[in-house]
Design a protein around this ligand. Structure first.
Ligand code: 13P
Length: 337
């Protein structure tokens, strides 16, 4: 099985200078096709569900499906809560078996964001779950709002280096989402990322950095951002849009069709193509070894294997495993009595 938390996953990405794509799922077809894309690309992947998308997928219903899908593939898969807004949502995700959660306190004043994030970190770390926080504020539409209007980033909400240092020191979080000109949804004009700010933040804090609002950023800018320390890239609007373009085309070409599966198949194969293409651009393609190599979390170099790619079976002990283990022990004890 290949369920992994974000901390371990991104430690490898940071060391080897690539970024792992984090793709939002809004229906079951997305799960299958993103997973297929990861397996075919030999790439680690982050499957994430945003709180704003609970209206499409119920967290407790989708969690076992995601966990099973992850356990059935050999590439490392992190199951992540995207833009969680309350402690209650954090606890729900942890209980459901997510290996990573994002507490997005970016709309709160810094002190409150620090206080809340630190509390989430304390709880999540006690069960091996990683935490992403956000500092500054990534603007644009809330992820996945229909009929999105294009946005530009507002400099007043960019992440400040000195705040990032405090945030990192005082919360102990695992990954940090930053605002450097990126916005969610469609960009108005070409996005202009503040690479000098990215470099300064990277030099000031040691944890992996996250770029939200991936859709619309050019391949060259992605590569530059990754070379400067971005280890996770959130990408959603682009896959939804690519699928919809195919839907429009199909309906135009087959106005009388009554076959929904044919339409869905076409749309999802386009989504998979875009995901595979992103994995290539982000540099995560081919990062998983086809056979046994060094374990991602292993510091034992005496085994003689020196392939730096991720071992397919790399895994972290997560809450769900502990629950399974303890339940089994209880059952065994009961049976012996
Ligand atoms: P896009 O939809 O703009 O790609 O952003 C996705 C995202 O950042 C999810 O948190």
């Amino acid at each position: 099985m290949a369920l992994i938390n974000m901390k371990d996953l991104l430690a490898h990405a940071k060391q080897h200078k690539y970024a792992v794509g984090a793709f939002n799922i809004t229906n079951l077809d997305f799960v299958d096709h993103i997973m297929d894309a990861a397996v075919e690309s030999n790439s680690p992947v982050i499957m994430q569900l945003a709180e704003v998308h609970f209206r499409y997928l119920n967290l407790e219903d989708i969690a076992p499906i995601l966990i099973n899908a992850a356990k059935n593939v050999s590439v490392p898969v992190c199951i992540h809560l995207d833009h969680g807004k309350s402690l209650k949502t954090m606890i729900r995700a942890i209980r459901a078996g997510f290996t990573s959660i994002m507490y997005d306190g970016s709309e709160h004043p810094l002190e409150e964001n620090i206080k809340n994030t630190a509390e989430v970190v304390k709880i999540a770390h006690s069960v091996g779950v990683s935490v992403e926080g956000e500092l500054g504020n990534v603007g644009g539409e809330a992820v996945g709002v229909e009929a999105a209007t294009p946005h530009t980033a507002s400099e007043e909400f960019y992440t400040r280096v000195e705040d990032a240092v405090r945030f990192n020191d005082e919360t102990g979080l695992d990954t940090l989402a930053i605002s450097i000109g990126n916005v969610h949804g469609l960009y108005k004009g070409d996005p202009k990322l503040d690479f000098a700010r990215l470099t300064a933040i990277r030099d000031a804090v040691d944890i992996p950095l996250v770029l939200h609002g991936g859709s619309g950023i050019s391949d060259d800018d992605f590569k530059k951002a990754v070379s400067l320390g971005i280890c996770k890239i959130n990408f959603y609007t682009g896959i939804s849009q690519a699928a919809m373009i195919k839907v429009h085309k199909f309906i135009q070409e087959h106005p009388k069709s009554i076959s929904y599966p044919d339409l869905a198949k076409l749309a999802m194969s386009e989504l998979k193509k875009v995901v595979m293409d992103r994995m290539d651009v982000f540099g995560s393609k081919g990062q998983c070894a086809a056979d046994k190599t060094l374990c991602i979390t292993c510091s034992d170099t005496s085994c003689g294997l020196d392939d730096p790619r991720i071992k397919p079976e790399a895994k972290t002990v997560v809450y769900q495993d502990l629950v399974d283990k303890i339940s089994l022990e209880v059952l065994n004890n009961l049976n012996q009595k």
